[in-house]
Design a protein around this ligand. Structure first.
Ligand SMILES: [Zn+2]
Length: 262
């Protein structure tokens, strides 16, 4: 596992909200940093609308707190290079793609990553911001670093089956068929975090308490740790086929009030 991650070279993660990177790639980032690799994280928004209680957490306040939380979370993983694009949370799909792609191209030209991580076109949870970021990162990589590996976050049928009892308690996936599943034999990276690494991811998750505290309280720390201890990525070129064709874009009617979890 450590060797596989070390071979990724310089890693650039491109995500939508603070916490996406920790849920989907904390173990990968920690292993890469431990191996002496450069890891750079890009977050499109400050996640300023990620609350079910906007009266208590107006956007400016939540944005400031989430920025602190994310810095602390990334520090646990050894990641010190972080770019925030400052795009509007919940409205990425309406933001001009040319602008977002150009900003990612500039970062890619500066970082020169060997591997780019992002969501698949499904957006994992189906969040429209995630889907927009996937499109932008895919386009920016094609323009600025076509030789770099492009890895999409994914999961497997076995994983979703194993954790169905957790998903039954969460309203996280926005449509049937999400997230897109990948057959295990097609996965490029399939990390099973244990011991210190799983504990470290739990600490990084807890650091983003505005997003995770309620979930940890509901599930319990051990379940949260074990549920989050699997990370899976597929090369973009392999993110095809029937398993990837079952999801549908979805935006719930009460989108503004929806508190994304991943
Ligand atoms: Zn998100």
């Amino acid at each position: 596992m450590r060797h596989e991650v070390s071979e990724l070279g310089t890693v650039l993660g491109v995500w939508a909200h603070p916490d996406d990177e920790v849920y989907l790639s904390a173990g990968l980032m920690a292993l890469a940093r431990d191996a002496g690799r450069r890891v750079v994280c890009v977050t499109a928004t400050l996640g300023e609308r990620g609350t079910g209680d906007p009266a208590q957490w107006p956007p400016a306040r939540l944005a400031a707190v989430r920025a602190h939380e994310q810095r602390a979370s990334l520090a646990v993983l050894g990641v010190t290079e972080h770019h925030v694009l400052g795009l509007p949370d919940g409205d990425c799909a309406e933001h001009p793609a040319d602008d977002a792609v150009a900003r990612l191209v500039a970062i890619i030209e500066q970082v020169r990553p060997d591997t780019i991580l992002t969501f698949g076109p499904d957006g994992f949870t189906g969040h429209a911001d995630h889907q927009a970021v996937s499109r932008w990162a895919t386009a920016a990589r094609a323009l600025a670093a076509p030789e770099a590996r492009l890895l999409y976050a994914t999961t497997t049928d076995d994983f979703l089956h194993r954790w169905q009892h957790v998903y039954d308690r969460l309203d996280v996936f926005l449509a049937d068929g999400l997230p897109a599943r990948t057959p295990p034999e097609l996965l490029s990276l399939h990390l099973a975090l244990d011991g210190e690494l799983a504990d470290r991811k739990l600490v990084a998750l807890r650091a983003q308490a505005t997003q995770t505290a309620a979930l940890v309280a509901m599930l319990g720390e051990q379940t949260m740790r074990d549920w989050c201890a699997t990370e899976a990525f597929v090369d973009a070129a392999h993110a095809t086929g029937r398993a990837w064709a079952t999801w549908r874009p979805a935006v719930p009617a009460d989108y503004a009030a929806w508190d994304h979890q991943c």
